[in-house]
Design a protein around this ligand. Structure first.
Ligand SMILES: C[S@@+](CC[C@H](N)C(=O)[O-])C[C@H]1O[C@@H](n2cnc3c(N)ncnc32)[C@H](O)[C@@H]1O
Length: 216
C-alpha cells in the first residue's frame, strides 16, 4: 500500500479542484474552528499537506503527527512546512496507517478522503486501532464522498463516482467498488456525529464525531 499515490502526488490537488472546484477544500476546513491551541492532532492520509496551513492559521497544536503512505506526498508536505510554516514539532511519518501505532493520545484525528480507500474488513480492525489513540473528549474529523440516491442529482453523482473510481483505479490499487456505509460505519464504536455539512450537491460530506458519553 506504500507509495501508490506517488505518481499522482504532483497533480493531485489540481485535479480534484478541476473536478470538484473548492468543495473538497471547503469540506476539510468546515469544522477546523473546533480545534484549540495546544491540541494534539493526528492526520492520516493527509496528501500534499495543504491542510497543515489551514490548521496553523487557526491554532498552535502542541503536537501534530502526519502519517502518509506516499513518499511523494510526504515530500510535498515537508517542503510546504519548510517554506511556509517551519514548525519543528510536526512529525512526518512515512508509513501505512494500518501499521501505525503511537503512545500519544490525540485531541483530534483527521481522516479526509481516506476511509473510502479500504475494504470493510480493513476498516473494521483499523477503526478500533485508531480510536485507542483518541482522547475521551476528542474529535474525529471525516470528509469523504457519498451517494445520495434519493436526490434528483443522483445521475450526475453516479457519473462523477464512476469517473473518480476509474481514475484512481488507473493509478492506485483501489480495492473497493463502492463507498463504505457511512451511516453505520461507527455504530459499533460508541461514536456520535456532533457536526455535519454537505457540499457539491450533497456528494461530499464533512462530519465531526465524538464519543457518545463525552460532554461537548
Ligand atoms: C485520496 S488521497 C486524499 C489526500 C488528502 N486527505 C486530501 O483530501 O487532499 C488519499 C491519501 O491517503 C494516502 N494513503 C493511502 N493509503 C494509506 C495508508 N494505508 N496509510 C497512510 N496513508 C495512506 C495516500 O497516499 C493519499 O495521499
Amino acid at each position: 500500500m506504500l507509495n501508490e499515490y506517488d505518481r499522482i502526488a504532483f497533480i493531485y490537488d489540481k485535479l480534484v479542484s478541476l473536478v470538484f472546484g473548492k468543495s473538497i477544500h471547503k469540506a476539510q476546513v468546515a469544522f477546523l474552528d473546533k480545534l484549540e491551541d495546544g491540541d494534539k492532532v493526528l492526520i492520516v492520509g493527509g496528501g500534499t499537506g495543504w491542510i497543515l496551513e489551514e490548521i496553523f492559521k487557526r491554532i498552535k497544536p502542541s503536537k501534530l503527527i502526519y502519517v502518509e503512505a506516499s513518499s511523494e506526498m510526504i515530500k510535498l508536505s515537508e517542503q510546504r512546512n519548510v517554506s511556509k510554516l517551519n514548525h519543528e514539532y510536526i512529525e512526518f511519518i512515512h508509513s501505512d496507517s494500518l501499521l501505525f501505532a503511537s503512545n500519544v493520545q490525540f485531541d483530534v484525528i483527521i481522516t479526509n478522503f481516506f476511509l473510502d480507500l479500504f475494504t470493510n474488513e480493513e476498516l473494521q480492525g483499523w477503526k478500533s486501532q485508531i480510536l485507542n489513540l483518541l482522547k475521551p473528549r476528542g474529535f474525529w474529523f471525516v470528509s469523504d464522498f457519498q451517494l445520495v440516491y434519493s436526490s434528483l442529482d443522483s445521475y450526475w453523482q453516479r457519473v462523477f463516482s464512476l469517473f473518480m473510481h476509474r481514475f484512481f483505479k488507473l493509478f492506485t490499487s483501489l480495492r473497493r467498488n463502492q463507498f463504505p456505509n457511512w451511516e453505520s460505519l461507527f455504530d459499533d464504536v460508541n461514536l456520535q456525529i456532533i457536526a455535519s455539512q454537505s457540499f457539491f450537491r450533497g456528494m461530499i460530506f464533512s462530519k465531526v464525531y465524538s464519543y457518545k458519553d463525552s460532554i461537548t
